[in-house]
Design a protein around this ligand. Structure first.
Ligand code: EPZ
Length: 422
């Protein structure tokens, strides 16, 4: 396994180019199952999760020609509809093939994704919605066995909770269903919007894109013919680099961002004393001498994103005062707290709320990554910790950050990937 050795205290400067959004690319790759023709995806992030899902398509019989940020996919040759545990257990977002496989082939088996470090991550809402659309669902041997031999039919779906993956699965299923499906309480993250736009550009009529109410008019199992899709910039990667600028009191410029998608992050950084130059697809951050504390509560889009919570906690650790951070979406998304405290942070937890007392100094230590966004928060803290910090188990990082150490080195950080000796 690899670890990152980071020597803290370096100022950052210069430009960093943001990659395509992992959480847009994953549902879009799954949606290619809805077509039996070739489709090209560009601006893919070069991360493990993308390679994992593309591998799943080839295991199902699809053909994939993938070169770092471009993939040509043709699922006209799919012969299997079984998404095996070996793949799904590596990346729970593989559950996104459930809707498209069922809609196109009338039957599929997908391994239950299981939970992960940040929470139980159930898929009950996905399954209930597919049953409303006429699917018969059985859970056995750790697999979801879904059947709809006559195809899926349109339905009125009301999600008890806003679910990004649930909305994406149902939008894809509804695209090939017979009749009209409405989704009330749909997610409207930018990644959901791009998925809807991709499907609409293939001729499926969708109303309400970008709102919490979607209406999809299905093609009754007529496969779709997609145009090339250029993946939107990763708003979470962008927010993470803004936090790197803030925590190191460095002015850096981000290229290939969508400023509209990261308004809550820039708004919160402004409340901490940062200012910004914002261009059409660029953004420069100017941090203050002293960061003010911040209060934030994670919400569904357009609220403050849960995927930025850990990174902002790291910045709050170095602010002057006390910050309160409430995590409302996941039941266990504070795994970074104990590791930050090992560096000298002063964070207290009470249920879903973290109280962060700003400190003047952090001290390098060996710390362990536990999940994707927690690991980036540990890297941010290590950038300002005195001395050397070794962040272990960075396979978590490699799942969702495209060349993090290369991009941070390019900004002037002293960060090296090393191989564990033991
Ligand atoms: C997506 O996960 C993202 N992953 C997550 O990003 C992100 O944190 C999350 O949305 C929330 O924004 C991808 O897009 C690949 P949800 P998803 O279904 O779809 C509960 C990252 O770091 N729920 O919106 O799994 C669930 O337990 C990852 O890139 C049910 O109860 O999230 C959670 O509490 C981490 N039943 C809440 O809803 C269900 O059937 C939101 O989950 C489905 C969800």
């Amino acid at each position: 396994m690899d670890y990152l050795e980071i020597k803290g205290g370096k100022k950052l400067s210069g430009n960093v180019t943001i990659s395509g959004a992992k959480n847009a690319a994953l549902p879009i790759i799954a949606a290619t199952i809805l077509s039996d023709k070739e489709i090209t995806l560009t601006n893919l992030p070069n991360v493990v999760d993308i390679r994992t899902l593309l591998k799943l398509l080839t295991m199902l019989g699809g053909t994939v020609d993938h070169d770092k940020t471009v993939a040509k996919i043709n699922n006209g040759s799919i012969t299997s509809t079984k998404a095996v545990y070996e793949i799904v257990s590596q990346m729970r977002a593989s559950i996104l093939v459930l809707g498209p496989l069922l809609a196109r082939f009338g039957e599929c088996e997908v391994s239950l994704p299981g939970g992960c470090a940040i929470g139980q991550r159930p898929i009950d809402l996905h399954l209930k919605a597919l049953e409303t659309m006429g699917a018969k669902i059985e859970i056995k041997g750790g697999y979801v066995h879904a059947m709809a031999p006559e195809g899926l039919h349109g339905a009125n779906i009301i999600f008890d909770k806003i679910t990004v993956g649930g909305t994406e699965n149902i939008v894809m299923a509804a695209a090939l269903a017979k009749g009209t499906t409405t989704i009330i309480n749909a997610a409207k993250e930018p990644e959901v919007v791009q998925l809807c736009e991709m499907i609409a550009d293939a001729g499926v009529k969708i109303e309400g894109i970008g709102t919490n109410e979607l209406t999809i008019h299905g093609t009754d199992r007529e496969p779709l013919n997609f145009k090339t899709v250029d993946i939107i910039p990763d708003r979470i990667e962008a927010g993470t680099y803004l936090c790197a600028g803030a925590i190191t009191h460095s002015s850096i410029t981000l290229n290939k961002v969508n400023p509209q998608h990261i308004r809550t992050s820039t708004d919160k950084l402004e409340s901490m004393g940062c200012t910004f130059d914002i261009g059409e697809d660029t953004m420069t951050i100017y941090p203050p001498k002293e960061l003010k504390p911040v209060d934030l509560t994670t919400m569904e889009y357009p609220g403050f994103p849960t995927d930025m919570q850990a990174q902002f906690m790291a910045v709050a650790v170095m602010s002057k005062g006390e910050s309160l951070i409430e995590e409302r979406l996941f039941e266990n998304r504070f795994m970074h707290v104990s590791e930050l405290n090992r560096l000298g942070a002063d964070i207290w937890l009470k249920g879903s709320i973290a109280a962060v007392k700003g400190v003047d100094e952090l001290y390098g230590a060996d710390i362990m990554a536990t999940d994707l966004r927690a690991s980036s928060a540990l890297v941010l803290a290590a950038l300002v910790a005195e001395g050397t910090t070794n962040v272990h188990r960075i396979y978590h990082l490699d799942r969702g950050y495209d060349d993090l150490e290369g991009k941070l080195s390019g900004l002037g950080a002293d960060i090296t990937r090393k191989r564990e000796s033991r």
